[in-house]
Design a binder for this molecule. Structure first.
Ligand SMILES: Nc1nc2c(ncn2[C@@H]2O[C@H](COP(=O)(O)OP(=O)(O)O)[C@@H](O)[C@H]2O)c(=O)[nH]1
Ligand SMILES: [Mg+2]
Length: 414
């Protein structure tokens, strides 16, 4: 049963414990701005777009006016984004002089092709391209305000079956986890029973462990609670204890089971987002129903900084080192070291494979049509020749008849 309190979103930077809030402020640029880029990956129909909208609506419910949302098209146009299978939605959360710019990167098309080998490549390429872009900006003389679309978290949607994970999903998760903070989620969890969900979660956890997939896990700073206990006031100690407790809860619930909905329903005089069934209402923001709140809290609140820092310090740094090594090997250290953009193999992209196949099919079709047309034309000519021959023969017969008549008349006159 949900209480009134359960319906009020607990996201919000200003609601953070003081220490974390200060940390965020010191991390933000001088305009108190912070960018958070979230990438949403999963097969079509798993509820990615709905999730994005749910995240917006539930997050902004209380903070209307302080947000600005930019459509995918505007954004792509403005930033010259050529990758058509990637859509970016932007929003701004603003409070206490602090602005969080959230970019939600939707990736329709993953796993939708007949040939899905290497379906993860366009996604990895996108992440790499953002690292590259950032790296090139770091080499510029004016680098105060950088355009930053480095992916801070990759939310991977798993289909709610009670079976096992698809091999493609396992490989994609492994590849993506090498590039950034991977957060697997079970989508549409309302379609599984509580038991099925528990079993499925443990199956996924096993696969993640067996396959050595490095998912993002909220860090637990146990020692800090002891360190603080001496010199810091009771509130801070309690805050820390609560933070550790919360982190543990988050870890226990992973992979998060989520529900998305853009529909609101009346509940105890409140409007809540949820999915209505004949047997009852499943609420998006009720922790007894799903883990949506936990995921949102991890992304926008408790682990916002962890995501941003680990992206910059580990994932981006790892990429940067590799690129610099390759570059210096290629350039033989001959002075200026300007990074060329790496060549990405488009032919690996299943979308291009599919297009190539379609083009080949179209070509074969066209050749067939032309051949047919040519044969028809040939046949017409043959028919025409036969017709002309017949005509000729007829005319010749007529001439012959006339000659016979002439000859007969000549005989008579003689
Ligand atoms: N049962 C259920 N259906 C959902 C949920 N989220 C989205 N859907 C539905 O699934 C369908 C596909 O959702 P959409 O967001 O377009 O999926 P996308 O292709 O991944 O972007 C829509 O009809 C949604 O209403 C959910 O949590 N549970
Ligand atoms: Mg979609």
């Amino acid at each position: 049963m949900s209480t009134l309190n359960a319906n009020i979103p607990e996201v919000g930077i200003s609601e953070l414990p003081n220490q974390i809030y200060k940390k965020i402020l010191s991390n933000a640029s001088k305009h108190n701005e912070q960018i958070l880029n979230l990438m949403i990956v999963g097969e079509s129909g798993l509820g990615k777009t709905t999730f994005i909208n749910t995240l917006f609506q539930t997050t902004l419910k209380e903070r209307q006016g302080a947000y600005d949302r930019e459509g995918a098209d505007d954004f792509a146009k403005k930033n010259g984004n050529k990758t058509t299978s990637i859509e970016i939605t932007r929003c701004q959360l603003e409070e206490k002089n602090f602005t969080l710019n959230v970019n939600l990167i939707d990736t329709p098309g993953y796993g939708d092709f007949i040939n899905n080998t290497k379906a993860w490549l366009p996604l990895c390429d996108f992440i790499d391209e953002q690292y590259d872009h950032y790296m090139r900006q770091e080499q510029q003389p004016f680098r105060d305000s950088k355009f930053d679309l480095r992916v801070h978290a990759i939310i991977f949607f798993i289909k709610p079956t009670n079976g096992t994970l698809k091999p493609l999903d396992v490989i994609t998760m492994r590849e993506l986890s090498k590039k950034g903070n991977l957060i697997p989620v079970i989508s549409k969890s309302d379609t599984l029973t509580r038991n099925e969900l528990t079993q499925f979660k443990s199956k996924i956890r096993n696969v993640i462990e067996e396959q050595n997939i490095q998912i993002f896990t909220p860090p637990i700073f146990e020692e800090s609670s002891n360190a603080f206990s001496g010199s810091v006031d009771e509130d801070t100690v309690n805050n820390n204890k609560a933070a550790i407790q919360h982190a543990k809860q988050l870890i226990e619930s992973m992979p998060f089971a989520i529900i998305g909905s853009e529909e609101q329903y009346e509940l105890n005089g409140n409007k809540v987002y949820g999915r209505k069934y004949p047997w009852g209402l499943i609420e998006v923001e009720n922790e007894a129903h799903c883990d949506f709140r936990k995921l949102r809290s991890l992304l926008l609140r408790t682990n916002l900084l962890d995501l941003i820092h680990s992206t910059h310090n580990s994932h981006y740094e790892y990429y940067r080192k590799q690129r610099l090594q390759v570059n210096s090997a290629e350039n033989n250290n001959n002075g200026i070291n300007i990074l060329p953009a790496p060549v990405r193999k488009m032919s690996h992209n299943p979308r291009f494979k599919e297009e190539e196949l379609a083009l080949k099919r179209y070509f074969t079709e066209q050749v067939k049509v032309e051949e047919q047309r040519f044969r028809q034309w040939e046949q017409n000519i043959v028919n025409e020749r036969i017709r002309l021959n017949n005509d000729l023969e007829e005319e010749q017969n007529k001439v012959k008849k006339l000659e016979d008549q002439i000859r007969a008349l000549q005989m008579k006159t003689k």
